[in-house]
Design a binder for this molecule. Structure first.
Ligand SMILES: Nc1ncnc2c1ncn2[C@@H]1O[C@H](COP(=O)(O)OP(=O)(O)OP(=O)(O)O)[C@@H](O)[C@H]1O
Length: 795
């Protein structure tokens, strides 16, 4: 059954259907998707065979049927519906007219009269039939009902005038005297969900019914109101935009009339003036003049206008011909470097020599300085000092993670939002064409499908090419030959070969404890005091406290974390002063906890339970030297070897080589040859965070294994490094300076170094060397003689 048309009042017939008495039982006609209310009448379509039969029968009988909404949404035929699918309250429908349409369906005109409740179903075939009881609609008359009715009528009128509901509905509502009918008619116009419509039908008390309908009516009015406001605001938005557009058009027309030209002309004129004043290379001037002429022709509203304008701004902002004057006084340079940095004697010397060469041969390009060393040893700040002493501007670009050539050289202007590359951006920032230009972390340069940034850098650094460096965005040559490039790196190996060839490498290793203390006292602390608005009268950190700070809160080759911890103490003191603390804060080792929390590092050697099978090796990593423990252990087995601790390929091979050496030299070493077949060995290198590869742990592996088999410990106060061969030779390795510093940091003052590394030891500053005992073995036998503790029986 589908609702067919707008509601219609049924014209009075000869019989008044409302007067007819309710029979005991009624055939039940299911309704789909709507509720039929008493007092209403409208045409319905009936297409299901079961229901058509019902209509046929009803027409011959008393013309009455029960109209009950179905709870189910989709029904193919009404005979599918059972009692449970229908609501239990319905309305008696009186059949006025039947029209059999040629298409096969019935069109019937029905009006709703009484409300009934289904008592029980007494038949299901050919259609449902139920015993019914009338639900009375008792009319009460009081002030409240009157007021409610008045309110509903008024609100409904409002709703009709605010929506597209037919105006006649207002007259109909006003003419209805039965308040139930008023409530039902209104509720049928509110677009309610069927559940709500049925709920309203089921309300018996007139008072509650009117209340509910008034509530739903108000809700509907609110929604209508809100959607109206929304529409209005959208319209206003549109209107304003249109208005602005028209006003702008008019403004332009008026300007034209007055012969004033427009704003944009003024802009172009200003740019022309700026260009005239700016010192430019001939090529840059030519390009910028052309661009200005083009800009004059483009309408300012077009996006191209802005592109042009930005391009010209870039050209105007660059220091094409602006340079600062060098002061290259070597004595001053030495003093400046000393003032900014403690120690680093050799490095400073190299820098002075480098500057001296530059002074003598100003026009010829010397190599590019590349400072290589662990983090926090002052590479960046040395660059700054060089700039300061030469009276040059300083700029820095971080190359770590740069994978795209365009980052160096820019994007072509055809790209939307294109910009110059970092070289040009930095020069704009420097404001001079001869700054000291620090290329930070040149070893971390990447490359991928977007092009190889190192080839762009090569051009930047190549004295043959860099006088005509062309950024993709600018597309004008910029002379970089006066720029002084300095590069920094943690490791040399990952710098692309052609780049490395252009550079003069200066290696910086880490600092000793003593140097760190001096750097902290003379440089870092004063710097941090100033940065936190403090003076030496506010805070003093005793030397023992600084020593404890270095040992217990930092483990690094440089002083980066040390500086950070000092800053933390300064922050703490500043906060105390702000809270009203008066007088000087003296920080002793005991007070470190208050400022920095619990100790972060413990002495590495002391933390180990020492015994046979443990040896101290020395490793080199990009962040400085590290001590490395080689642990070995044996258990009953069949000669197997397990290696753990995330060892790299070369280090694994070195463990195997160590074992082979021991097996083949067992007799000389005093080890029972049969033992190897009876045990399984496990070699472990703890501390997963340290990258472990390379051959330099060879001597420590052999020492650890021999110590294990002999049952005599390796000396705890000795650290060692060196590659081994199967014949028992000890070969040289790299990173000696950093490794020695790592041993010192761990409190070890005796170091075994391959004899061929003696020259590297001599490079270590005298004062550091003096505190260490070096051994230079040629062979493994010599290593073992030094490293393994003497048997007590042998003395
Ligand atoms: N010898 C020194 N004397 C005085 N201050 C130093 C010395 N070495 C380092 N510093 C200070 O330590 C801090 C860290 O140094 P810097 O940033 O230059 O390290 P870096 O070697 O460039 O590290 P990275 O490789 O991580 O960039 C700076 O404040 C610097 O001034």
């Amino acid at each position: 059954m589908e609702q067919d048309q707008q509601t219609q009042q049924v014209p009075p017939k000869k019989v008044d259907p409302a007067e007819l008495a309710l029979p005991e039982s009624l055939p039940i006609l299911p309704l789909h998707g709507f509720v039929f209310y008493p007092g209403m009448g409208f045409p319905l379509q009936v297409s299901s065979e079961t229901s058509k039969q019902l209509i046929d029968d009803v027409l011959l009988g008393d013309r009455m049927m029960g109209l009950v909404p179905s709870r189910r949404e989709q029904v193919a035929d009404d005979d599918e519906l059972g009692p449970d699918d229908l609501y239990t309250i319905g309305v008696v429908g009186y059949l006025h007219k039947l029209n059999k349409a040629p298409e096969g369906y019935y069109q019937i005109l029905v009006s709703g009269t009484k409300k009934f409740a289904i008592d029980e179903y007494i038949d299901s075939k050919p259609y449902l039939r139920a015993r019914v009881v009338e639900v009375p609609m008792e009319i009460v008359e009081d002030k409240k009902i009157e007021a409610l009715l008045y309110n509903i009528r008024a609100q409904f009128q409002k709703l009709v005038s605010g929506t597209e509901l037919p105006q006649e509905l207002v007259a109909t509502i006003n003419s209805l005297t039965n308040p139930f009918y008023v409530a039902y008619l209104v509720s049928s116009q509110l677009n309610l969900k069927i559940e709500m419509e049925q709920e309203i039908l089921e309300i018996t008390a007139l008072h509650d019914l009117l209340h509910q309908v008034a509530r739903e009516l108000n809700k509907r009015l609110e929604t209508v109101e809100m959607s109206k406001q929304l529409q209005a605001s959208m319209k206003k938005d549109m209107d304003e935009r249109q208005r602005e557009f028209f006003l702008r058009q008019q403004l332009q027309a008026i300007r034209k009339e007055l012969g004033e030209g427009d704003e944009d002309k003024v802009e172009v004129k200003e740019l022309q003036e700026k260009v005239a004043e700016k010192a430019l290379t001939p090529q840059a001037r030519e390009v910028v003049d052309k661009e200005l002429a083009r800009m004059e022709r483009i309408p300012p509203s077009s996006p191209e206008y802005t592109v042009s304008r930005n391009y010209i701004d870039w050209i105007l902002d660059l220091p094409w011909l602006d340079s600062t004057e060098d002061t290259l006084d070597l004595n001053k340079a030495e003093a400046d470097l000393d003032q900014d940095h403690y120690g680093l004697k050799k490095i400073k010397q190299r820098i002075i020599e480098f500057l001296a060469v530059r002074k003598l041969k100003q026009d010829i390009h010397g190599p590019i300085l590349c400072l290589v060393g662990p983090p926090g040893v002052g590479k960046t700040s040395l660059g700054q000092s060089i700039a300061r002493t030469m009276n040059r501007k300083f700029v820095r670009i971080a190359l770590g993670g740069v994978r795209d050539e365009a980052e160096i050289r820019g994007h072509r202007r055809t790209y939307i939002g294109a910009l110059p590359g970092r070289v040009i951006v930095s020069l704009k920032r420097a404001g001079s064409n001869n700054p000291v230009f620090l290329l930070d972390e040149i070893d971390k340069l990447g490359s991928d499908f977007r092009g190889d940034p190192s080839s762009a850098l090569l051009e930047v650094l190549d004295p043959e090419q860099n006088s005509t460096f062309t950024d993709h965005y600018l597309d004008i040559e910029f002379d970089l030959s006066r720029v002084m490039f300095i590069a920094t790196a943690n490791v040399l190996d990952t710098i692309p070969g052609p780049l490395r060839d252009r550079m003069e490498v200066v290696e910086l290793s880490g600092y000793t404890q003593e140097e760190k203390v001096a750097i902290a006292e003379r440089h870092l602390l004063p710097k941090q005091l100033e940065a936190h608005g403090l003076t030496a009268d506010d805070l003093e950190i005793s030397t023992t406290a600084i020593e404890a700070l270095i040992a217990s809160y930092t483990r690094e080759a440089g002083v980066r974390n040390l500086e950070r911890e000092l800053a933390a103490i300064c922050r703490g003191v500043a906060a105390e002063i702000a809270r009203g603390h008066v007088g000087k804060n003296v920080v002793t080792p005991e007070k470190l906890y208050d400022f920095l929390g619990p100790q972060r590092f413990y002495p590495e050697i002391k933390a180990r339970s020492w015994g046979p099978g443990l040896a101290t090796g020395l490793a080199w990593t990009p962040v400085g030297g590290q001590i490395l423990f080689i642990e070995t252990s044996k258990m009953k087995g069949r000669g197997g070897l397990t290696l753990t601790g995330k060892l790299g390929e070369v280090m694994r091979e070195s463990a195997t080589a160590a074992l082979t050496y021991i097996k083949s030299h067992a007799r000389e070493l005093g080890i029972d040859e049969d033992v190897f077949a009876e045990v399984d060995l496990h070699v472990h290198v703890p501390e997963g965070a340290i990258p472990k590869d390379g051959p330099s742990a060879g001597v420590a592996m052999v020492s650890s294994l021999v110590s294990l088999f002999l049952g005599r410990p390796v000396r705890q106060d000795v650290a060692m490094t060196g590659e081994i061969t199967l014949r028992g030779d000890v070969l040289p390795v790299g990173g000696i300076g950093d490794k020695v510093l790592a041993a010192l940091r761990a409190g070890i003052r005796e170091v075994i170094v391959p004899v061929l590394n003696e020259k590297d030891v001599l490079e270590i500053p005298e004062d550091i060397r003096a505190g260490v005992i070096f051994h230079y073995p040629h062979t493994i036998q010599e290593v073992l003689a030094i490293a393994i503790e003497k048997d007590e029986a042998q003395g």
